[in-house]
Design a protein around this ligand. Structure first.
Ligand code: GRE
Ligand code: ZN
Length: 267
């Protein structure tokens, strides 16, 4: 039964290329990061990130994840593979499994983590809006963090404590306290970087991925709060599929690396 469930779930992203041909392209994300095939690059440097007074205008249930939309404040992401172009934070969201041994989108030598957090930034130097950047090469930069189960994450609590109020698809709530997304970055700045895509439709090939090697910790209760969300609208009845409307397994499995190189920066 478990075999059948996994197959069904994995099949879903396989249908995307029908409606979004680029989903079958050669720079898709996520990928399996093979540590021994990564290329050290002396041209890479530490990621420069700063966030101040970040207010989340809306925390919503998209039916596929929770999403924190940034409303105000200032942010700046540059350096590393991004050079001098300045990227600003648009939103952050997460991908997770039903159980702790799977849920991340990127994998490392085949290893899955329990979840993966995405801080989505757009290139304000070259583009006028997030929408324009999202559809353009060099438009987006996403910081990816692996989540493991351990101690409670105080910044993540600002999100996880509100999830009971947005249990169903389409629901949204305001966050009154500011968040500091820098608190989601691991202490160690070692990262992998490569040219990839959005991991959900429309799967645009516009993302410079920066995936941190060191995982961050969240508590079992915080992950369980993610898993308690539902993928259907409040007025709909619970779908009778394998997941029974639980918002879990919302990760895309690894895509072919094709003609790409993953570079590594060692902190
Ligand atoms: C997603 O929907 O999961 C996503 C975005 C933008 C960038 C990366 C990403 O919406 O994974
Ligand atoms: Zn994502």
């Amino acid at each position: 039964a478990r075999e059948k469930t996994l197959k069904k779930i994995y099949n879903r992203p396989n249908t995307w290329a029908g409606m979004f041909p680029v989903a079958g392209g050669s720079r898709q994300s996520p990928i399996d990061i093979k540590e021994n095939s990564c290329k050290g690059d002396s041209g890479l440097a530490k990621i420069q990130v700063s966030y101040s007074n970040i207010q989340v205008s809306e925390l919503s249930n998209s039916g596929h994840s929770w999403k924190a939309q940034i409303g105000s404040g200032s942010s700046s992401l540059k350096g590393g593979p991004l050079g001098t172009d300045e990227y600003v934070l648009e939103q952050f969201h997460c991908h997770w499994g039903k159980v702790n041994d799977r849920g991340s989108e990127h994998t490392v030598d085949g290893k899955c983590y329990a979840a993966e957090l995405h801080l989505v930034h757009w290139n304000k130097t070259k583009f006028r809006s997030f929408a324009e950047a999202a559809a353009s090469d060099g438009g987006l930069a996403v910081l990816g963090m692996f989540l493991i189960v351990g101690k409670e994450h105080m910044e993540m609590n600002k999100v996880s404590k509100l999830l009971p109020f947005i249990q169903h698809k389409g629901q949204a709530i305001t966050l009154t306290e500011p968040v500091n997304p820098a608190a989601f970055l691991p202490k160690n700045g070692t990262y992998w970087t490569y040219a990839g895509s959005l991991t959900t439709p429309p799967c645009y090939e516009s993302v410079t991925w920066i995936v941190f090697k060191q995982p961050i910790q969240v508590s079992q209760a915080q992950l369980d709060a993610f898993r308690s969300m539902k993928s259907f609208h409040p007025c709909e009845s619970c779908p009778k599929d394998e997941l029974a409307g639980e918002l879990v397994e919302n990760y895309r499995p690894p895509c072919p690396l094709c003609n790409r190189v993953v570079r590594v920066y060692k902190d």
